[in-house]
Design a protein around this ligand. Sequence first.
Ligand SMILES: Cc1cc2nc3c(=O)[nH]c(=O)nc-3n(C[C@H](O)[C@H](O)[C@H](O)COP(=O)(O)OP(=O)(O)OC[C@H]3O[C@@H](n4cnc5c(N)ncnc54)[C@H](O)[C@@H]3O)c2cc1C
Length: 382
Amino acid sequence: MDFRLTPEQEELRRKTAEFARGRLRYDLARADSEGCFPRDAWTAVGRQGLLGLPLPSSLGGAGADAVTAAIAWEALGQGCPDPGLPFSLAANFAGVVVPIWKAGLPDQQRRFLPPLLDGTRIGANAATEPEAGSDLFSMKTRAMAKGDGYELNGTKVCATNAPVADLLLVYAVTAEAEGKPPEITAFLVERGTPGLHLEPFPGKSGLKTSPWAKVRFERCFVQGGLRLGEPGSGRAIFERAIEWERVFLPAAALGAMERLLESSVAHARTRKQFGQPIGKFQSVAGRIVRMKLRTEAGRLLLYRAAQALEVEGRAPLETSLAKLWLSESWVRSSLDAVGILGASGVFADADASRQLAAAVPATIASGTSEIQEALIARCLGL
Ligand SMILES: Cc1cc2nc3c(=O)[nH]c(=O)nc-3n(C[C@H](O)[C@H](O)[C@H](O)COP(=O)(O)OP(=O)(O)OC[C@H]3O[C@@H](n4cnc5c(N)ncnc54)[C@H](O)[C@@H]3O)c2cc1C
């Protein structure tokens, strides 16, 4: 087994990290405090070709394999000081681009993918409801067949990117029968569709530049041509897409953890107390060793998950392992970094405390850690 990256992967990683460090810089303290969405940075990521890396060139992508795409997103997370931007990008990619790529009709792909890939349009995924979080498919939003389309009624919450989105991918119940699971179907709903209402939702404690909203559908009519996949294919579309999210969200987290590790080592080597660098204290060095171990183990899990997705098409076990390990590790490594930095780790604009605030919600999004454990247990036959 060869763990080395190919020269092309090395080059993509180098170029992406350089791009992220140079172009994804904005007044983050202000953006965080005002909850500003970094629209220009989003456009720049699209122009850089990072939004559709694993899609075939016939659909406007770069035709990269999933491992190469994950390597690029890791570099994006490492170079971009704002954890909110990669989070929003992953929601756009896995929540909207992947479903259209995997389940869209050719004319849906032609119409919606190019602007989602070049960064001119933004997608949001609306699945979660006030009463349907982990138990997602107990959703109450209904889509009733009407004329040549469907009428949607219901309320979604936590929809990342919704305040700035041009296109929403919405999951709704299309049929129910006693004793059977409800039939779930996916729909593409464009901004401005009558009956689609974006409503304020509480701000987050982290990932502040990644906006979210409550979305209400009130007699919202959607043309039949905007149904994604066959009636009843919504679960499969969702489950397939979320496996990609469980690679791309952790990839950016891994990159951010690498940045934390670097800054923690640099600080532990230069900050002196009691006449010596604090890194010479075994307990401080131990924190750094554990950060390194989490990062290295996480990278193996991540690349393995991406490879399984590429080869098998579906990878529920590998993607849940990667998501669980990396999101929990991100919290622990951010806490270690804050500890090593002392008071400077909790300065309002410190990278470590911004990452800690981002890492906590990342353990909930894309399925909580307990749900990842349940999925892994199921794959093991429990
Ligand atoms: C930052 C962020 C962004 C998000 N973005 C989106 C988005 O773009 N689109 C979207 O549709 N949703 C989004 N979500 C919603 C997210 O998918 C849900 O928050 C998540 O699925 C958990 O649902 P819940 O918050 O209702 O918690 P609940 O399901 O109420 O869970 C509460 C607690 O109970 C535990 N629990 C629940 N069921 C079980 C079980 N069977 N076994 C063990 N423990 C269990 C959970 O693990 C958790 O600890 C986002 C969430 C966050 C935090």
